[in-house]
Design a protein around this ligand. Structure first.
Ligand SMILES: [Ca+2]
Ligand SMILES: [Ca+2]
Length: 168
């Protein structure tokens, strides 16, 4: 069992999202007949660049474990500051939901990014966040009708996640 991905950047992220979503098969830039270990190894050092940051899309963990994974990589969960960054990520996420670095765990209803900054530019879908004290971590890629963007989810759900780190 093996995985080979002969592409990088957004194409790599698309391939990865397809794999995570359960795709099997091959195309021009990748073929994936996977063992989980091989997938983990393949992903280990695969970062994608956009603007002045590098991005990494992972397998599935809860929010806290996801953040730990990012920090072990010298990064943190993604902080989304602009519409363009939001679009870059949604375009590369495929059909997955993923944790982002946004939580209201410290104070219910007060959403903060993992760097401590307050939430200013928001991409909540209509009706979200709606989880009150039960949903304190934010995901990107949630769908509700025709809307597709952020929602609050229970922090212990196991989802893929997105790390971000500055280019050195
Ligand atoms: Ca909450
Ligand atoms: Ca919610």
């Amino acid at each position: 069992m093996f995985i080979t991905i002969r592409c990088s950047g957004p194409a790599f992220l698309s391939a990865l999202a397809a794999i995570i979503a359960g795709a099997r098969g091959a195309d021009a830039c990748h073929n994936y007949y996977i063992s989980i270990n091989a997938l983990e190894e393949a992903k280990q050092d695969e970062w994608s660049r956009f603007g002045s940051s590098l991005y990494y899309i992972s397998s599935r963990k809860n929010w806290t474990e996801s953040r730990q994974d990012c920090r072990q990589r010298g990064a943190d969960l993604v902080i989304i500051n602009t519409k363009e960054e939001q679009e870059f990520i949604t375009n590369n996420l495929g059909s997955s939901r993923a944790w982002i670095g946004l939580t209201d765990t410290d104070e219910e209803g007060v959403w903060k990014w993992v760097d401590g900054s307050e939430l200013t530019t928001k991409f909540w879908i209509p009706g979200e966040p709606n989880g009150h004290g039960h949903e304190n971590c934010a995901v990107i890629g949630h769908r509700l009708g025709t809307s597709w963007s952020w929602a609050d989810f229970p922090c212990n759900d196991r989802l893929v996640w997105i790390c971000e780190k500055p280019l050195k």
